[in-house]
Write a protein that binds this ligand. Structure first.
Ligand code: NAD
Length: 246
């Protein structure tokens, strides 16, 4: 189905909230998790991405995160991030809920961004709560320690086995349930509770649209599914819509 139909949905069903996953950032050079070139094909998430693994061997997990997250600092937003920032500025998008920790939506100019899986911008001490900018943590590798109490720092990204930041998740649920349209971009919709957000929108009477390479469990519920690259699709969507607020 076409981008023109997606534009029609966006015109007819406001407000629009966008839910993004790792797939919007692959065109910036960041691998996603679950596709054939994804990170979990090379690393076992049980060894590198759970809070238990981190507590058992912080040096091993910091070695993984340090390399991965340092490379995130060098990447740039792509056409998809820029198109969403433009759509917000022009009144078509109310908010972005993102599972990404890369900060690229904000760097592209999006203003209302809810980061439900945390962000790489900071690391915090699990003992005393001191927070430091991520670059300071990287400077303290192999095991970054807290400048206040000397215990180990943890990147402020949500690991498996940890609760999601409550305020961000509450806000995401509210946005999804009040959305006239939830536009999912680049997410396999496999990781809960975020994967439950489409159900909030549908239960509230809103429509669901999905732009994703590959299938998701919610394709059958979506008014439109576009199996194509996020960058080209969102750029075409922005092109198809005139300014809403004028
Ligand atoms: P996922 O890897 O499970 O799914 C990504 C989906 O995007 C896949 O279906 C893939 O086929 C699709 N995709 C890849 N490139 C695409 C493109 N150019 N255009 C359209 N679709 C494309 O990722 P997810 O659903 O976000 O899983 C959630 C987890 O991934 C979260 O925990 C999130 O924190 C984490 N994650 C974040 C980043 C990042 O911050 N950039 C990177 C990797 C993983």
């Amino acid at each position: 189905m076409s981008v023109e139909y997606l534009a029609e949905l966006m015109r007819a069903h406001q407000p629009c909230v966008v839910l993004t996953g790792a797939g919007i950032s692959t065109e910036s050079g960041i691998p996603d998790f679950r596709s054939p070139t994804g990170i979990w094909r090379r690393y076992d998430p049980m060894e590198y991405a759970t809070i238990d693994a981190f507590l058992a061997d912080p040096e091993k997990v910091w070695d993984f995160y340090g390399k991965r997250l340092a490379s995130l600092a060098e990447v740039e937003p792509n056409d998809g991030h820029r198109a969403l920032a433009q759509l917000e500025q022009r009144g078509w998008v109310d908010a972005i809920v993102t599972q990404n920790v890369d900060g690229l939506h904000a760097r592209a100019g999006s203003r209302t961004v809810v980061e439900v899986h945390g962000s790489i911008r900071t690391s915090s001490c699990l003992e005393c709560g001191t927070t430091v900018p991520f670059a300071d943590a990287l400077a303290r590798l192999p095991v970054p320690t807290c400048p206040t109490c000397g215990r180990v720092l943890k990147p402020d990204v949500v690991m498996f086995g940890e609760l999601l930041p409550q305020a961000a998740m509450d806000r995401a649920v509210r946005l999804a349930s009040e959305a006239g349209l939830l536009l999912v971009v680049g997410s396999s919709l496999e990781v809960y509770p975020v994967a439950g957000l489409p159900l909030e929108t549908l239960a509230g009477g809103g429509k669901l649209a999905i732009v994703n390479r590959g299938e998701t469990q919610f394709d059958v519920d979506a008014a439109v599914c576009i199996d194509a690259g996020a960058g080209e699709t969102l750029a075409a969507l922005a092109e198809a819509l005139a300014d809403r607020l004028q």
